[in-house]
Design a protein around this ligand. Structure first.
Ligand SMILES: [Zn+2]
Length: 344
């Protein structure tokens, strides 16, 4: 009687499509079963209408699907990470402070167009999941991840997986109302962490105080050069973050907090004052270790890819990724700015 040939570990594991919809750009990737990024695509995030936004996400997914077929690696599922208030159980993007979701049935609309099982994840939870699998959270069971980009997204990872909570909002500290300036937030609240500590808030507040428009990264440069206005705005951001992170640490006693997004480029100029402010707030025990995220712009798509594999029942593949090297962006033509090499 013939014996069956041994099955290679990933013989039956498919490639998946992954798309990360952020406030300024949409990033997409074809991810192989060995976590290799086989192709990328992207677009600027449309700001004019919900319809244009959905069309842009569909277009990125469709181009990647064509690319997958051309490469002979047809994808079996799609994972989408999206900023905003996301209902992961129904696949509906409810609304967003920085995105035009209007109870958008995003997962269903994508499934209709590309005929693949599609799962929708909140973007900070996707990025935190990727940091747990590949990045700065690899050796930590329980951590908080905070993304300081167009908004402030965050998630708590427990036992290596992002916690969802009763309404999909577990670990969401960006809209805790902690800042005394009581600025109006995109969520409708006042004084949210996001109104002073997101990259766009830093840029906007600097412009309104000085009449000079510049990116958050350049405001950080101004702060490093001793500009008093940039220094004051930076202190507001650090104070708001310290208050909110302390609240999260009090609840889950995480030993690690990971910071990502554009503002994390400040490195020690963010972490050192935060560490000091946290030490003053956390009187019961040692504060958490604070680190910068390891994955950068690739975190959202990798988390979305892991989500897509979960829909296929292939958690075994995701588990194997926990000991894989960090996937790198391929040096192939792609769309959307710094996401891969731009099309010429
Ligand atoms: Zn808010």
């Amino acid at each position: 009687m013939a014996t069956e040939a041994p099955v290679a570990p990933f013989a039956a594991a498919p490639a998946v499509l992954a798309v990360d919809v952020g406030g300024t750009s949409i990033k997409g990737a074809l991810v192989g079963a060995d976590a290799a990024i086989l192709a990328t695509d992207g677009a600027d995030t449309p700001q004019q209408s919900e319809e244009a936004l959905v069309d842009a996400v569909i277009a990125v997914a469709c181009r990647l699907q064509k690319c997958a077929l051309a490469l002979g690696s047809p994808a079996a599922a799609l994972g989408v990470a999206a900023a905003g208030v996301i209902d992961e159980t129904t696949g509906i993007a409810r609304h967003g402070a920085n995105l035009l979701w209007r109870d958008t049935a995003l997962a269903r609309r994508l499934e209709e167009r590309i005929a693949l099982p599609t799962t929708l994840l909140q973007d900070a939870r996707a990025a935190a999941y990727a940091e747990a699998i590949f990045g700065a959270g690899r050796s930590s069971d329980t951590f908080l991840a905070v993304l300081l980009g167009t908004g402030v997204g965050s998630a708590v990872v427990i036992n290596g997986r992002p916690l969802r909570g009763a309404h999909g909002l577990a670990g969401e500290i960006g809209h805790l109302q902690v800042d005394a300036h009581r600025l109006v937030c995109g969520c409708g609240g006042r004084g949210c962490v996001e109104t002073v500590a997101s990259a766009s808030a830093l840029s906007r507040r600097f412009a309104s105080a000085t009449g000079r428009s510049m990116s958050a990264e350049r405001v950080v440069d101004q702060m490093l050069a001793g500009n008093p206005i940039a220094t004051r705005l930076w202190a507001d951001a650090v104070a708001a973050l310290a208050a909110a992170v302390a609240a999260a640490v009090a609840v889950v006693d995480c030993g690690l907090v990971i910071f990502g997004g554009g503002m994390a480029a400040a490195g020690p100029r963010l972490l050192d004052p935060l560490r000091e402010a946290l030490a003053q707030r956390l009187s019961l025990g040692p504060g958490p270790e604070l680190v910068i995220a390891a994955l950068g712009s690739v975190a959202g798509v990798l988390g979305a890819a892991a989500g897509a594999l979960a829909v296929l029942g292939r958690d075994d593949v995701v588990e194997s990724w926990r000991s894989s090297p960090v996937p790198e962006l391929p040096d192939v033509p792609s769309r959307a700015g710094t996401w891969g090499r731009p099309l010429s």
